[in-house]
Design a protein. Structure first.
Length: 370
């Protein structure tokens, strides 16, 4: 996730639809290993299924959109100029013969983010600037995050620390920041999981107009000594010890969005930087009118991608949990489908689940099922 900083199962596993996949009968059974379709990918963060067995992958650390055919052959379709510090290509979906992905440019005075549609080799920008929408609206501006109950000397210490560290930590509201991360296309509408805006957005494909669907809630936890130690190691800074035991609200960080049951949206969240250390991720369902949002399942560890099977089973990539999991329709717990090295995203095609794995190392596309 590109955030301002890293800070910012049941008793028995239930089978997917019999026509789709067969999974172990119990959550503690050893799950079968997936088959490697192709390796050598560089930072594969998002994946989508196309037609005729083609799978589309963003090699995001190389800023490249690639196609993998049924034999595992990789064709690079488009690359952005510049380094990952100045540009990003991420998020891919496929609809009606076209791919859609997200391109960000950080090289100018102000960052920009657009959605690009490619069909018959013709590239078209189909959205207004997601960063401009964030600047104008800041959808999570009323949400409160960070340590919320520090008082006295502890408050003084934590306030001084955040000034030194250069990022908010104490009782702050949603700041102006955008990171369009993953997207879904449905009936002329493009849905976007904006991981920094902490919001699900929608784009009218015909006009490019952007609006906010919903803001996902943060996760309230008690700050632990283990979380303090992990952050200190990442940052190379000493966090005041008084933070341990304090109430902390982690930003939601939406990572993927898919249309599913009753036309509603399934959304995965990371749980901010704390969600890289603790299992704070959730899958939410947003009603089609966006009037109702409820948590489908929680206690996931780094949910960075999802897809939905025809029978309503939600398949989730838990990047920091090292597994791809399944949440059968009507249930609120995830169970292991298969284990993998840092799986970043999943895509369902027919009877097969595809996943991109090895996000920070030996990147690969794998498949599970028929």
């Amino acid at each position: 996730m590109r955030k301002r900083s890293t800070l910012t199962a049941g008793a028995g596993i239930l089978a997917l639809a019999a026509s789709l996949l067969t999974v172990p009968a119990r959550a503690d059974d050893h799950a079968p290993e997936p088959e490697v379709v192709t390796g050598g990918l560089i930072g594969p963060l998002t994946v989508a299924a196309g037609d005729g067995g083609d799978i589309y992958v963003t090699q995001t650390f190389a800023n490249t959109l690639s196609k993998v055919d049924g034999d595992g052959a990789v064709t690079n379709l488009h690359s952005l100029a510049g380094s990952p510090e100045t540009a990003e290509l991420v998020g891919v979906t496929y609809s009606d013969g076209a791919t859609y992905h997200i391109e960000s440019d950080f090289s100018g005075e102000a960052p920009t983010t657009y959605i690009v549609r490619t069909k018959d080799s013709e590239r078209t920008v189909v959205s207004d600037d997601l960063w401009a929408h964030e600047i104008a609206n800041n959808p999570d501006r009323s949400q409160r995050y960070g340590v919320t109950n520090a008082r006295g000397t502890c408050l003084d210490q934590l306030t001084a620390f955040q000034e030194t560290a250069g990022f908010p930590l104490v009782n702050y509201h949603g700041i102006v920041e955008s990171h369009g991360y993953q997207l879904e296309v449905h009936d002329g509408t493009i849905y976007v999981a904006d991981a920094a805006a902490n919001a699900v957005l929608k784009v009218d494909e015909s006009t490019g107009d952007i609006s906010t669907v919903d803001v996902l809630p943060g996760k309230t936890i008690t700050f632990t000594a283990g979380l303090e130690a992990a952050w200190e190691e990442q940052l190379g800074l000493d966090i005041p010890n008084c933070i341990v035991g304090k109430r902390f609200i982690a930003e939601s960080v939406p990572t993927d969005v898919q249309v599913g049951w009753l036309g509603g949206l399934y959304v995965s969240t990371l749980g901010g930087g704390a969600g890289e250390v603790l299992p704070l991720s959730s899958v939410y369902w947003i009603s089609p009118d966006a009037e109702h949002t409820f948590e489908v399942a929680g206690d996931l560890h780094g949910a960075t991608g999802l897809d939905v099977t025809p029978d309503g089973t939600v398949i989730v990539a838990e990047m920091f949990g090292g597994r791809v999991s399944a949440i059968p329709h009507g249930h609120n717990e995830a169970t292991t489908l298969f284990e993998a090295d840092s799986p970043a995203d999943v895509a369902v095609a027919g009877h097969t689940v595809y996943a991109v794995t090895g996000a920070f190392g030996e990147g690969a596309l794998v498949k599970y099922g028929d």
